[in-house]
Ligand binder design. Structure first.
Ligand code: CP3
Length: 345
């Protein structure tokens, strides 16, 4: 069988037209998602229901034929499986019981058997998806990177400028290092299990990497991502790993040089020619159309999608957004984008 286009791109090949998938491709912008979502009140239960999670993973593929499916789940299943109280409140997003000291860490259940048992539905979802997706479609597993997961564990909810956790990391670095080490252990083990159950590539979402100063970025973003890549590749040397240190700016260069990732997802703030000259020589680039341009649509969107492909499509490249699809995105704009990427527009 021909190797899947998405995986060829992560091998460093230039693929024309470029393979594509979109972060948050399954979600509230799709009426069929809302319909399936209504079958489970609680978002975490929804993530742990194989029938429902498999169905919503497949929905965007049926409409748009992306080159990759991404496991439907959430980055906060890790704190949930570690025994932290995690809830998703309607209109508010995630709410956790914050952990800000050693006693909070001690209270977590860090025994590996129970952790994997809790996550067993995720592994079943991957096994089923690897049978059910089209043969030319790749299957992506994922996890949140330690810094980003820790922002929720420490602050207890989404944050604007992360002042609580940045303070904890600076004032109590020994405690915070222990939390990050725990997350490196749990996340590596989780991803190794995802690959065993059918994931062909992995993405590590470090969505809030962009708030850190250089030294902190090295310690809390580059080092933990690098350690996870080492541990996963030790068990699964051939699996492809994509990093996403969103908002890293010029630090994207050291991130790709020092973590060992095969690909990097680039957010929309980074200039295309700079990415081509400074990042693409090292790894496969994924990105980076503004998710709000996908909402706006029209000629501006068409022109920008073409420009991204024109600049980055001459090297190893996967088309994606700079951040996930937002709920008010018109589905027909996604259809139009898919046409442009395939060169049918
Ligand atoms: O990309 C995909 O299609 C796969 C599914 C996926 C979800 N979350 C589903 C989801 C993925 C890859 C994630 C990752 C995730 N989750 C991140 C990293 C990526 C990013 O967007 O920065 C983060 C920070 C989270 C945490 C999270 N989950 C928040 C802050 C929220 C609430 C905000 C919101 O969009 O509602 C969620 C909930 C969530 N995760 C939803 C979905 C489809 C919406 C919940 C619902 O349907 O009720």
């Amino acid at each position: 069988m021909m190797k899947k286009r998405f995986l060829q791109a992560l091998d460093g090949q230039t693929i024309t037209p470029p393979p594509f998938w979109l972060m948050r491709q399954a979600g509230r912008y799709l009426p069929e998602y809302m319909e399936t979502r209504a079958k489970s009140k609680n978002f975490l239960n929804f993530c742990y229901s194989p029938d429902l999670a498999v169905e919503v993973t497949l929905q965007p593929l049926r409409r748009y034929g992306m080159d990759a499916a991404i496991l439907f789940s959430d980055i906060l299943v890790i704190p949930d499986a570690l025994g932290q109280k995690v809830e998703f409140k309607v209109g508010e997003g995630p709410v956790l019981e914050p952990i800000t000291d050693e006693a909070g860490l001690e209270a977590l259940d860090i025994e590996l058997d129970g952790f994997h048992q809790h996550l067993a539905p995720v592994y079943e979802i991957l096994r089923r998806l690897s049978r059910e997706i089209p043969s030319e479609t790749a299957l992506i597993g994922f996890a949140g990177a330690p810094w980003t997961v820790a922002t929720y564990m420490v602050e207890g909810k989404g944050s604007k400028n992360y002042e609580i956790i940045r303070g904890v990391a600076l004032n109590n670095p020994d405690f915070f290092q222990r939390m990050i080490d725990l997350l490196v252990d749990a996340t590596s083990s989780y991803l190794i299990e995802q690959v065993r159950n059918g994931a062909e590539a992995l993405q590590l979402f470090d969505s809030w990497a962009g708030v850190l100063a250089e030294n902190e970025f090295r310690r809390w973003v580059i080092e933990p991502n690098a350690e996870i890549v080492r541990r996963v590749k030790k068990v699964h040397p051939d699996v492809k790993i994509i990093g996403f240190p969103r908002g890293a700016g010029p630090m994207y260069v050291d991130f790709v040089k020092e973590t060992g990732v095969d690909g990097v997802s680039v957010d929309q703030t980074v200039p295309l020619e700079w990415v081509r000259d400074n990042i693409q020589p090292h790894v496969t680039v994924q990105g980076n159309m503004d998710n709000l341009l996908l909402v706006a649509g029209g000629e501006e969107m068409d022109a920008q999608a073409r420009r991204i492909i024109d600049v980055l499509g001459r090297g190893p490249f996967i088309f994606n957004l700079g951040h996930g699809i937002v709920p008010h995105t018109p589905p027909e704009n996604v259809a139009r984008l898919a046409e442009i990427i395939r060169g049918e527009g």
